[in-house]
Design a binder for this molecule. Structure first.
Ligand code: APR
Length: 320
């Protein structure tokens, strides 16, 4: 069987980390694309020189030509500008919308059968625009945010409860931004929901509220520390888990930004919800019962995403 092909659009911090992870995991041959000449080629060469030590056979090339992504099975998009300190994800909107247009057209012309995972921020608006520009079916275009947000939430919960990260499951819905909705009723330690753990005296509501706040600002906390860019290890790891679920038809239940068609009372909008990812792309959208509070928070998050789309349509009238 021919090796799978993974195309990474954007060869910056996340793109390079994605390429490294995909090579180490032997997911397939890798094409690193960027508009900057030399960077994807240099990173590809560096990564190729890992192969003798790590023993992977994947071929890694760097390119500035979309023709090289032809036939890609999975495409992960990180092209664009990352946040600088003091910049919100939404500040990136105008710049990255133009980038999504060129990426969407490149995908449409060269790899229309791929499963596309978008990471570029502001995520919920960019993944929607990427689908519009690429014309791919909605079940083949998803946004990576929920896996990262819930991973951050889980890491903080494991620290708080002093338990193995392996036993923590956490649940985050909504947009990727300050309005994301960590749902504690569905966040557990070995199946024990966080509210029960609070009742058992293992933590307090105040501490959990502080963790939720830290999770919502998880990206910003890292931007403030790095000063010259945004998080890249955990975003790349998160997207790779989604790519694996597609490539190996794992049918994992993962939170992802997907196009809702009435679920959660939302229509034709990309919002983070639990989905099943398998060989068909987004195979199921899982609609869970939400508490009144979680539903109200989700509504706020949905409104924030809607505002972003209004802004996108004002910038690029072809999106109307
Ligand atoms: N086409 C392809 N690549 C592009 C384009 C374009 N039109 N415009 C910019 N790029 C490339 C840049 O040259 C750069 O190499 O995208 C890459 C982005 O890399 P970084 O600046 O290192 O950003 P990174 O940390 O990888 O984050 C990428 O993901 O999490 C989000 O907010 C983050 O939107 C940002 C994206």
């Amino acid at each position: 069987m021919a090796r799978k092909k993974i195309a990474l659009i954007g060869a910056g911090n996340i793109g390079g980390t994605l390429a490294h992870l995909a090579a180490l995991k032997s997911l397939g041959d890798i094409v690193l694309f960027d508009v900057v000449e030399g960077v994807p080629q240099g990173k590809a060469l560096d990564l190729t020189q890992c192969a003798p030590v790590e023993g992977f056979d994947a071929k890694i090339i760097g390119t500035n030509d979309y023709a090289d992504i032809a036939g890609a099975d999975v495409i992960i998009v990180t092209a664009g500008v990352a946040r600088k300190p003091g910049m919100s994800r939404d500040d990136l909107l105008g710049i990255n919308l133009k980038v999504m247009k060129s990426v969407g057209e490149g995908i449409k012309a060269n790899a229309p059968d791929a499963f596309v995972i978008c990471i570029t921020n502001p995520l919920d608006a960019m993944v929607w625009a990427l689908r519009e520009f690429s014309g791919l079916p909605a079940e083949k275009v998803v946004g990576m945010a929920g896996v990262l947000d819930s991973s951050r939430f889980s890491a903080f919960l494991a620290e708080e409860f002093q338990v193995s990260i392996k036993d923590v499951t956490s649940f985050v819905l909504g947009g990727h931004g300050d309005t994301m909705v960590p749902v504690i009723e569905y966040s557990t330690v070995s199946g024990i929901p966080v509210p029960d753990l609070i009742k058992m005296g293992r933590s307090t509501q105040e501490k959990i509220d502080a963790i939720i706040k830290r999770t919502r600002g998880g990206g910003g906390e890292i931007v403030a520390l790095l000063k010259t860019g945004s998080a890249f290890y955990a975003p790349a790891t998160s997207a790779i888990s989604m790519a694996e679920s597609y490539l190996y038809d794992q049918k994992r239940v993962l939170p992802a930004a997907v196009n809702l068609t009435g679920q959660y009372g939302v229509d034709n909008l990309y919002v983070g919800v639990p989905v099943v990812i398998g060989a068909g792309g987004v195979e199921q959208i899982v609609e869970i019962a939400l508490s009144d509070e979680a539903k109200a928070n989700l509504d706020v998050s949905v409104e924030a995403v809607k505002e972003l789309l209004v802004a996108c349509k004002a910038i690029d009238p072809s999106l109307n």
